[in-house]
Write a protein that binds this ligand. Structure first.
Ligand SMILES: *[C@@H]1O[C@H](CO)[C@@H](O)[C@H](O)[C@H]1NC(C)=O
Ligand SMILES: *[C@@H]1O[C@H](CO)[C@@H](O)[C@H](O)[C@H]1NC(C)=O
Length: 683
């Protein structure tokens, strides 16, 4: 007993001493780290390098560097809606990026052009098969692309581009604080008002307009007819924030789609529908139908998503009840708060003043000074992306005024402020055999998408150790400035393969062949995978899946469609000339599938001998080629897994698709932190 009593304070003293010692030590360590930091910064001038150095110091565990990468990321992530502030900041900071570029050029000579041989002159236009038209346009695209590439190589384009930039800089009106258009001017410009540098926090757009009286429609899209020859009265208008700087050949993303339906829709009452559309895919709609969002629902900057309004006749039955209780409670206790009730904010032929404000968490809409709806930001769009506003439908616009716009750099061209951190550069390839090659379809101006892939699943140890190699496949853009930036990006990161043809939606299939060529011939990889730049790939899980089939078998694995029929109508119609057969062959969905090397070899060989039938849908083309291989060379194991998700993400996914840059980072963070594949259904 005594002993223990005596020893207690001793222990305590020991502890105190230990604490003060370790305090001292940690101060020393801190000082040391500080000194090291100053040393690094002053000798190398780039804070980025410190970040890199830190990572290489702690490369002891497999997932360690990636985890650190994402943690740093979290720390550095600026306020929502302005993720590129960091880039702007870095750009103004000395000449560091330019130097880093040069040294990396010296260090590694990267081959950035695809080795695929097309030889347009050898192409024989007399062969009249189904792929004739496609081959014809491929020939033209390849010739134009060849010229573009030559100019790019000789530096001609870059010079012209620089002069262009200089000119732009001199005229400083490129990012005005406010823009305004009268109704007639808006009409003359195709109902579009351009916001040259997008929006910033606190930007606001005011629309003064008058909804038109309802007109009868025979074929209303938003509601159903009661009888055969019936018509229905419709009055609706659409206000959309769009990202105009997106990819050519695709509709611009609709960042905010705001659609009041004054005479109601299928629900039978007036509605305001809001949504986003990214890469031509609509998200789930947020409908405001007249009642206030419940209290336990998510708010946007403290505002509810939907405000309440009362029905056409002023008071609905529920209101009637409320009124009765209100009178009653007023009679009993005189303290009841009086609430004013408003009708639907838009009335036919009545002028309204609508103001759209960009908040921290979303967009807020108020009409005639009263808050009506709030819409949280969705799918990785930043405020700067919203570069245009359209107003269409049954509406006469009086004027549109946008104010408090950003006056700084347009950061939707983030290529200009390349994140020249060597963290994201592709590692050099070793002599060991490459297990899996992943070709990622991308487009010239998909910089943000590529950056998200680089910072997420391309940080996997299997890629950092070059057991798995991933490359972006990009064709040339009609805008030369995009190509100049692309070449710079390719040279710096070493992970881009340029397929030298003029990019077009129908010729994606050429990139697929180039992926096979790179994987099977340049790298001699055992397997070749194709995905998109909005696909998230769980590399280790995919590899495990692939290895379930013995090495000596020919393999085609993905989310396989059997007996799909071509769409013969609508926007994406396939004509009988293009596809005469009834069914498509079995084919794996485009966002993620894998082939064994022998099939890739076969495809490239056939292509270069001009024997490959081409079809504008690259995934169907692949199904066709694999079928041909199966029938003429060796039988193929078709392996189907629904975990190669075509639409979005499911738990335990192998690949997830339609992931925005922000979702990519989120998926990766979840994978690294929990070790489990959880989806990120951000809005
Ligand atoms: C449509 O409006 C007209 C006149 O405004 C009215 O006579 C007609 O009954 C309405 N039709 C429907 C289906 O509500
Ligand atoms: C592949 O070839 C085998 C015969 O070798 C055949 O039975 C099978 O149906 C073929 N599969 C496809 C999808 O064409």
């Amino acid at each position: 007993m005594r002993n223990s009593k005596l020893s207690k304070p001793n222990k305590w003293e020991n502890f105190v001493m230990f604490v003060s010692l370790s305090k001292k030590r940690s101060v020393q360590i801190l000082m040391l780290v500080g000194l090291l930091y100053i040393l690094l910064v002053t000798t190398l001038e780039i804070p980025v390098v410190y970040r890199n150095g830190f990572n290489t110091l702690s490369q002891d565990r497999l997932t360690r560097p990636e985890k650190l990468g994402s943690e740093w990321d979290l720390q550095e992530r600026p306020a929502p809606g302005r993720p590129f502030r960091r880039l702007i900041y870095r750009e103004t900071e000395s000449e560091a990026p330019a130097r880093a570029l040069v040294s990396s050029e010296l260090r590694r000579t990267v081959r950035i052009i695809s080795g695929l041989k097309f030889e347009p002159e050898r192409f024989d236009p007399s062969s009249k098969d189904e792929s004739f038209e496609l081959l014809e346009s491929a020939k033209v695209a390849w010739e134009v692309g060849g010229k573009l590439w030559e100019e790019l190589e000789s530096g001609k384009t870059s010079k012209a581009f620089k002069e262009d930039e200089e000119k732009k800089k001199r005229g400083s009106s490129s990012c005005p604080l406010s823009v305004s258009l009268s109704g007639s001017d808006l009409l003359a410009r195709g109902n579009l008002i351009e916001l040259p540098c997008g929006l910033a926090l606190g930007s606001h757009i005011t629309v003064v307009a008058k909804p038109r009286a309802a007109h009868s429609e025979m074929d209303p899209k938003i509601t159903m007819l009661k009888g055969e020859d019936e018509t229905v009265n419709v009055s609706q208008f659409i206000m959309e924030l769009q990202g105009l700087k997106a990819v050519e050949g695709e509709d611009p993303p609709r960042i905010l789609h705001f659609n009041p339906r004054l005479k109601g829709d299928w629900s039978g009452k007036p509605v305001i529908e809001q949504n986003t559309c990214y890469r031509m895919q609509w998200s789930s709609a947020q409908r405001c139908e007249g009642w206030r969002s419940s209290d336990d629902e998510e708010t946007v900057d403290g505002q509810v998503k939907c405000e309440k309004w009362v029905g056409e006749n002023g008071i609905s039955s529920k209101e009637e009840h409320n009124k009765a209780t209100w009178w009653l409670s007023r009679f009993i206790r005189r303290s009841k708060k009086v609430t004013v009730e408003w009708p639907f904010p838009f009335t036919e032929e009545k002028l309204f003043v609508l103001t759209l404000t960009a908040g921290l968490e979303g967009y807020h809409v108020s009409v005639d000074g009263r808050h009506v709806t709030s819409f949280p930001f969705r799918t990785g769009f930043t405020l700067e992306d919203a570069t245009g506003l359209t107003v269409t439908g049954d509406i006469d616009v009086d004027s549109v005024i946008a104010g408090s716009l950003p006056t700084s750099h347009p950061s939707f061209a983030p290529q200009r402020y390349l994140e020249l951190s060597s963290n994201w550069q592709a590692p050099s390839i070793h002599d060991e055999e490459v297990e899996l090659f992943i070709g990622i379809l991308s487009a010239g101006n998909h910089f943000a998408e590529r950056m998200a892939v680089r910072k997420s699943w391309m940080q996997h140890t299997l890629i950092r150790s070059s057991k798995v190699v991933a490359r972006f496949f990009v064709a040339l853009h009609s805008r030369k400035s995009v190509n100049v930036e692309l070449k710079k990006e390719a040279e710096f990161f070493g992970d881009i393969v340029i397929v030298p043809y003029m990019d077009s939606y129908d010729l994606v299939v050429l990139k697929t062949v180039a992926i096979c060529e790179y994987g099977a011939y340049q790298l001699a990889a055992k397997y070749v995978m194709k995905c998109d730049d909005d696909t998230f790939v769980r590399i280790d899980a995919v590899l495990t899946e692939v290895k379930k089939t013995p090495m000596d078998r020919s393999l085609y694995i993905g989310n396989i469609n059997y007996y799909h029929k071509p769409l013969r109508q609508g926007k994406w119609a396939v004509s009988y000339e293009e596809w005469p057969e009834e069914d498509y062959p079995p084919y794996a969905n485009g966002p993620g599938y894998i082939l064994s090397r022998d099939i890739s070899h076969f495809i490239v060989k056939e292509f270069e001998q001009h024997k490959l039938r081409l079809f504008k849908m690259e995934d169907v083309s692949m199904g066709m080629w694999v079928e041909q291989f199966n029938n003429s060379v060796k039988s193929v194991d078709y392996v189907h897994s629904f975990k190669f998700c075509q639409f979005g993400c499911i738990e335990n996914y192998l690949t997830a698709h339609y992931q925005s840059p922000r979702q990519m980072i989120c998926l990766w963070d979840k994978l690294v932190m929990t070790g489990k594949p959880h989806c990120c259904n951000l809005r």
